[in-house]
Ligand binder design. Structure first.
Ligand SMILES: [Zn+2]
Length: 223
């Protein structure tokens, strides 16, 4: 099976000690592609370097937890898969987050690049922003919004990422979302290092987890 980890912060210090082994385990597990999203200007070079070293894809952007000016992002995107990770989070000031998200969406639209979106608890606000564009292809990672909004995001060209949370039996809302997403818009992600699988709460997640996440999603959708 050929697998794609659509969201892993492989450049984070959590992987410094054993990054070679993490990538080797991913390859043995059939994970052929890994997308490494960026988080803030001060670490873009690190994101690019790690992805390039292992022949992986990367995106560059400013994450809502690490608010910053987007600076020369347009000039940095050479070779990048897309723009991101960017988006909105219930944590923090909405207007400040919007001021950083807007230029990133505009840049993605201008350059014809996909976006890697993060959204926690602010889906109405995110959809209102996206409504300014006729299309905004990319991925909404670790989708945590209502199932009713799936078609609205899908109409914009977005896919939906799901990670280790799907393996938790009590995660009924996550399971409902997995079932609501069209098959051709469903992406797997480890969300490494932060989204542990069942029985590993607090542990690190990594791309090799994708095989178990894929099997779990297959089971959920067949049920
Ligand atoms: Zn992320």
């Amino acid at each position: 099976m050929r697998l794609f980890d659509s969201h892993c912060h492989l450049d984070f210090p959590a992987f410094d000690a054993d990054r070679d082994d993490v990538v080797a385990r991913a390859r043995r597990a059939g994970v052929e592609r890994i997308l490494v999203p960026g988080t803030e200007p001060s670490t873009w070079a690190r994101t690019r370097d790690v992805a390039t070293r292992y022949g992986l894809e990367f995106a560059l952007g400013v994450h809502p937890w690490f608010l910053n000016e987007i600076g020369d992002l347009a000039d940095q995107l050479d070779g990048a898969w897309g723009v991101g990770e960017c988006g909105l989070d219930r944590k923090g000031d909405l207007d400040e987050q919007l001021a950083v998200l807007r230029p990133q969406l505009e840049l993605a639209a201008d350059l014809g690049l996909p976006v890697v979106l993060h959204c926690v608890g602010r889906h109405a606000e995110l959809l209102a922003e996206l409504a300014r564009f006729s299309r905004m292809p990319g991925v909404l990672h670790s989708y945590s919004g209502p199932v009713e909004l799936v078609s609205k995001y899908a109409d914009l060209g977005l896919s939906f990422g799901f990670g280790g949370a799907v393996t938790w039996p009590e995660a009924r809302k996550v399971h409902a979302r997995v079932r609501a997403v069209p098959q051709d818009r469903l992406l797997l992600e480890s969300d490494g290092p932060d989204q542990a699988r069942q029985g590993r709460r607090g542990g690190r997640s990594e791309p090799a987890d994708i095989a178990e996440i894929a099997a779990c999603i297959q089971g959920l959708r067949a049920a």
